[in-house]
Write a protein of this length. Structure first.
Length: 117
C-alpha cells in the first residue's frame, strides 16, 4: 500500500488548511485511515481517524471542534479539514492506513503544517 499526501503549508492563526491522502496498491484490507502529527521534540500523536466500514470518527481532544474528516471521502482517500488553526498545531502531519485483519499500518510521507501567530 502506498500513501500519497498533499496539502499543508503556511497559514496564519485562525486560518484553515485541508490535507488529503490517497491510498493505492493492495488496499482491499484497509479499514481505517487518518492522520498523526509530530511537532519538533515531541512524540507522534494521533490527530484523527475514520473507520471505513461504519464512518466512525475519532479526534484528539486538542483538535475536537476544529478538525474534521469529512464522511464523504472517496474510497481509499482521507481528507482532514483543519479550521481555526493555532500555532500549536504546527507539525509534520502523516497520513496512515491500517488493517485490523492483517495488523499492518502504512504511512504517508508527511506534510508540513506551519501556523504563524
Amino acid at each position: 500500500v502506498q500513501l500519497q499526501a498533499s496539502g499543508g503549508g503556511l497559514v496564519q492563526a485562525g486560518g484553515s488548511l485541508r490535507l488529503s491522502c490517497a491510498a493505492s496498491g493492495s488496499t482491499f484490507s484497509i479499514n481505517a485511515m487518518g492522520w498523526y502529527r509530530q511537532a519538533p521534540g515531541k512524540q507522534r500523536e494521533l490527530v484523527a481517524t475514520i473507520i471505513s466500514n461504519n464512518g466512525y470518527t475519532n479526534y484528539a481532544d486538542s483538535v475536537k471542534g476544529r478538525f474534521t474528516i469529512p464522511r464523504d471521502n472517496v474510497k481509499n482517500t482521507v481528507t482532514l479539514q483543519m479550521n481555526s488553526l493555532k500555532p500549536e498545531d504546527t507539525a509534520v502531519y502523516y497520513c496512515y492506513a491500517g488493517s485490523t485483519s492483517t495488523a499492518r499500518v502504512y504511512w504517508g510521507q508527511g506534510t508540513q503544517v506551519t501556523v504563524s501567530s
